[in-house]
Design a protein around this ligand. Structure first.
Ligand code: SF4
Length: 74
């Protein structure tokens, strides 16, 4: 997850969509509480990205290190 700090204006839309992931202070400073939110939080994160009025949020796939067993078939 990437925040463009130049674009973010602290509207707090992201916080209301996903309060477990984003926290916006009274001064309008955004803190990411959960850099790699699990499945249960993704819906909120996607809403936050979509509804952020300045388009400051972006989801980037930076290779989750979660050790989930995979069944790869070649
Ligand atoms: S909704 Fe967008 S502009 Fe508002 S605090 Fe979140 S990232 Fe910043």
């Amino acid at each position: 997850m990437v925040v463009d700090r130049d674009l973010c204006q602290g509207h707090g839309v992201c916080e209301s969509e996903a309060p477990a992931v984003f926290s916006v202070s009274k001064q309008g400073v955004l803190t990411i509480l959960d850099e790699s939110p699990g499945d249960a939080r993704w819906a909120g994160v996607e809403h936050a990205v979509r509804f952020c009025p300045t388009g400051a949020l972006r989801i980037e796939d930076n290779g989750s290190a979660a050790a989930a067993p995979t069944d790869e078939d070649g």
